[in-house]
Design a protein around this ligand. Sequence first.
Ligand code: HEC
Ligand code: HEC
Length: 271
Amino acid sequence: MSNGMNRRDAMRFAGLAAGTFFAGGSLNAFAAEKAASGEFWKYAVVDPQKVADTAYENYKVGRCMYTTFYGIVYNVGLVLEKTDPIAAAPILHFPYYMMKYGTGGANDWGTLCGSLNGAMAAISLFVPNSDKRKALCDEIANYYEQTMFPIYKPANDDFGPMPQTISGSLLCHVSSGKWSSLAQKRTDSPERTERCTRMSADVARKTAELLNLNAAPGIAADAAPIVTFKRQEPSATCYSCHGKGKKNSDVIAKMSCNECHDQAVDHSEKK
Ligand code: HEC
Ligand code: HEC
C-alpha cells in the first residue's frame, strides 16, 4: 500500500480493533483522541542497528526524509506493540507517506537534507520539551555537518567501498554535490542513490541512539539533554555577533558560514 501501511499491518490493526477489550471497535477513535492530546506518542528504546537496516531497506519507498523518519518511528511502534498496543496504534498507522516531500532537499530544491528533516521530525514527535528538542536537533545537525558519510554497509553490498565526504553543510545541494564531485558520479547514477540511502541509514541510527539516551521511559521530560557534538569554529564565533539576539543580529544561520563567505573572524575590526 502506498500510505506506509502494508497488508500485514492492516490486518494486525483490524485484529486489535476487534479485541474484546475494546468491544464496539472504538480503539481507532480512542487512540486517535489520545494521539491528538499528545499523551500517547510514547517513545520506546529501539535497536539502532535495526533502525538503520529499516531505513536502508525502505529508501526506495519514499527516499531520504521518508525512510529516516519511518526507520525510527515505525520501529518504536513495533516495540510498543508488545507492551502497549494502544500507544503503538497511532504510531504504526502514522501517515508516513507525508514525509515523501523531503526528497532532494524538499521536492528537489536542494535545501535541508531530507534525512535530517526526517530525523528532526522524529525527535520532535517524541521529545515534547522544547529545550531538549532543540538540543537534540542541534546534535543531529552537527553530526551531519561534520561526519564522513556514508558509513553504513548493507549485508548484500553490490557497490564495494564507497567514496566518503564530509558535507560541511546541511544542504542537500552541497552534501550531494560534494560527494558527486569526489566520486565522479552523476546525480542520476545508482551510486549517488546508494550513497544517500546509506547516509539516511546513518542518520537514522544516530537519531535512534540519541533518542534512546534522552527519551527512554523513565527519563524525565526535562532532564538535561545528553549530547556530544560542539559547534565548529569559526561559525560559533560568527554567530556570536551576527546571530539572533546578538550584537549585529542580522543572520539566522547556525550553518558553517565559511562554506559560502570568506570573511575572517576579525573582519569587523578591519577598516
Ligand atoms: C566581533 C563581531 C563579529 C564577528 C565575530 C563576525 N562579524 Fe561579520 N560583521 C561584523 C560587523 C560589525 C559587520 C559590519 C556590519 C555592517 O556593515 O552593517 C560585519 C559584516 C559581515 C558581512 C557583510 C560584509 C559586507 O561587506 O557587508 C558578512 C558576510 C559577515 N560579516 C560574515 C561574517 C562571518 C562569516 C564571520 C565568521 C567568520 C563573521 N562575520 C564574524 C561583526 C562581526
Ligand atoms: C549556503 C550559503 C551561506 C551560508 C552557509 C551562510 N551565508 Fe550568509 N549569506 C549568503 C547569501 C547568498 C547572502 C546574501 C548575499 C547578498 O545579498 O549579497 C548572505 C548574506 C549574509 C549577510 C548580510 C551581508 C550583507 O551584505 O549585508 C551576513 C552578515 C551573513 N550572510 C553572515 C553569515 C554568517 C555569520 C553565516 C554563518 C552563521 C552565514 N552568513 C552563512 C549565503 C550564505
